[in-house]
Design a binder for this molecule. Sequence first.
Ligand SMILES: NC(=O)c1ccc[n+]([C@@H]2O[C@H](COP(=O)([O-])OP(=O)(O)OC[C@H]3O[C@@H](n4cnc5c(N)ncnc54)[C@H](O)[C@@H]3O)[C@@H](O)[C@H]2O)c1
Length: 376
Amino acid sequence: MNKIRLGILGGGGDSLIGPVHRIAASMFDRYELIGGVFNPIWEENIGFAKKLGLPKSRIYKDLEDFIGNETALPTDQRVQVVSVLTPNFLHFPMAKRLLEEGFHVICEKPLTTSYREALELKKIREEKQSIFAVTYTYTGYPMIRQMRSMIQNGDIGEIQKIDAQYYQGWINPVIHSPESRKSVWRLQPEKSGQSCCIGDVGTHAFQMLEYVMGQKIKTILADLNYLYEDNFMDIDGTILLRMSGNAKGVLRASQIATAEENNFTIAIYGTKGHLKWAQENPNYLYFGLENTPLQVLKPGHEYNTNSANDATKLPPGHPEGIFDAMGNIYNGVANAIAKKAVDGSYPDLYDGVRGMQFIEAVVQSHQSGNTWIEMK
Ligand SMILES: NC(=O)c1ccc[n+]([C@@H]2O[C@H](COP(=O)([O-])OP(=O)(O)OC[C@H]3O[C@@H](n4cnc5c(N)ncnc54)[C@H](O)[C@@H]3O)[C@@H](O)[C@H]2O)c1
């Protein structure tokens, strides 16, 4: 079987997320990395491509160079799907041009820097019918897929309370001086968009809640923290959530939770019991039922659903980590490209658009004096 020809924009040798995507793409032997633009500085770009063993002819100086040359190639040679792994402000212009030229797209979150741009991408995709994934990586973990199946199967009953927390501490060392803030693109609105903390990590927590519940959050009320008057990007936030009926909850996100690493947790409480998961120990799914000893579910067992076991590659006892989670998303995209059908095994453009709606609603709620905002 021919492999899917993959291009990458961003994700160079100096990047955080680049290695995760490259390893994920190679995990199921379904993609072949062909080329791309890894870095806007030519020497860095070509130097890194050489390290990866890619031919110089498929390394381009920028997006237009990539599109012009790739679309001139015969269809059986040109790149089919492009991963966009740049800082946020480049997602929209890159994804838009790629969609217009008929490429499939795998785009990092947050999808764009505004809800309006996200809606524009949705419109173009509807016309072009390309596959479009947005890499909310954590939905690729087997025990998250198990959690989703169990909630939707009614195992914890009717949902009445939801709680998501995404605490990091890495901004604490840079936030206290205006000079050091300049070294971080996530703290610059022109590169990051209208939000730092909620756009970067809060959006993961929001998408995860809706993903595992299969239900929408209806209204939100946000209180953001900027810590200093001359810092224009949120670095912490607490958001109250309401669903239909009387179910309510809270989403807490922070990048100044000092000395926290990647402490992302999610808990859903129903009328019969709860399910709880933590990213730093992703093999454990805690299942509590009224008047029953706590159960801990793990990957690779027959008691799990097919969606969890399909996302598990090794026998029980082998940690399924972040690379595996992203690998499962790439595998879902490969299935969709092969069948030209969406099979629900990867977060798609809908999740990306919804994420942008959430970020804008949060900023609007905070700026309007902590008011309730509807998320239609
Ligand atoms: N899904 C996740 O869990 C997750 C985790 C981390 C980052 N991200 C997202 O991934 C994106 C990148 O984040 P990062 O932490 O890897 O950033 P980074 O700053 O570490 O890396 C960005 C890369 O983009 C390259 N780049 C910049 N401008 C470019 C251009 N014009 N053309 C081509 N390449 C260019 C840089 O050279 C660098 O290699 C962000 O949108 C971020 O939100 C997602």
